[in-house]
Ligand binder design. Structure first.
Ligand SMILES: C[S@@+](CC[C@H](N)C(=O)[O-])C[C@H]1O[C@@H](n2cnc3c(N)ncnc32)[C@H](O)[C@@H]1O
Length: 265
């Protein structure tokens, strides 16, 4: 872990979390069940997510580019601009995967480092940034030691989202920023209809052809884990963030959530 802020929590390779998400009456698994989607919870979810990303890591970039027509590259650039931190800032990319965000951070002159649950994704990481295996719910990063956090397309994959946000609040210094990307649905109209067909029918087919069929069947279902915008705002505010902002990208195909760590810098 050279080049990373001093570890406060021990890294927890192989140690899945135990509790279901719950904050301010928000239980993410309960929300998913309420939407009628049968999805794993607790340890079973963590293990599924870990093994799924281990399996799809080698072809992750190829499938990602194909299923978003390369738009994911643009969305990460927008997310980095919205982070609004100067070059030289220390930024953790949580759930860094194969490193697309880290590459942008490196090119922008940031002091970046990455963490991810999946050893397979870390092995496929193609960046020069320092990396560590860690669960976002217990980050081996010192309190107040980073200027910012980026996180791409992982919120729905966290078993303990409220804990992850609390960790963001702990490690980001007052005045620091977070910029989070997630999948989304266009509000209405033709784009919504087209998106549903693409995301629910075509993406699993492409994923099955290029990579792992069951993983890309899980992908559209996993959006049921995502809390509403209001719930996300509440969770972030409870974790010490203000100026929480959410906007849709490319007509709502993706969403970008930014916030500032409260307190005097
Ligand atoms: C859809 S991929 C996104 C990868 C990358 N951020 C990107 O933008 O392409 C989701 C990532 O979240 C990671 N992940 C899932 N649960 C995690 C957790 N609890 N802690 C850390 N990383 C996690 C997965 O291993 C995977 O690499």
């Amino acid at each position: 872990m050279t080049g990373m802020p001093h570890a406060e929590h021990p890294a927890t390779p192989g140690t899945p979390p135990t509790a279901a998400d719950s904050s301010a009456g928000i239980s993410l698994e309960a929300a998913a069940r309420a939407r009628g989607v049968d999805l794993p919870t607790g340890e079973a979810k963590t293990e599924l997510v870990r093994s799924m990303f281990d399996a799809i890591a080698p072809r992750y970039d190829l499938v990602n580019r194909t299923m978003t027509f390369g738009l994911d590259v643009r969305w990460r650039k927008q997310s980095l601009r919205a982070l609004g931190l100067p070059a030289g800032s220390t930024v953790l990319d949580l759930a860094c995967g194969t490193g697309d965000f880290l590459k942008l951070l490196e090119a922008g002159g940031y002091r970046s480092f990455g963490m991810d649950l999946s050893w397979g994704m870390l092995a496929a990481n193609h960046t020069g940034s320092p990396l560590a295996q860690a669960n976002g719910a217990a980050l081996p990063v010192a309190t107040g030691s980073v200027d910012g956090v980026t996180c791409g397309y992982a919120l729905r994959n966290f078993t303990e989202l409220a804990e992850v946000f609390r960790e963001f609040g702990r490690i980001v210094r007052p005045g620091g920023r977070i910029s989070l990307l997630e999948v989304s649905e266009p509000d209405s109209g033709l784009l919504l209809a087209g998106h549903r067909i693409w995301f629910r029918r075509v993406v699993p087919l492409i994923g099955g052809l290029l990579s792992d069929r069951s993983a890309y069947r899980y992908l559209p279902k996993s959006t049921a884990y995502l809390p509403s915008t209001d719930e996300l705002r509440t969770l972030l505010q409870e974790s010490g963030f203000s100026s929480v902002n959410r906007r849709g990208l490319s007509g709502g195909l993706s969403q970008l959530i930014t916030a500032t760590r409260s307190g005097r810098p």
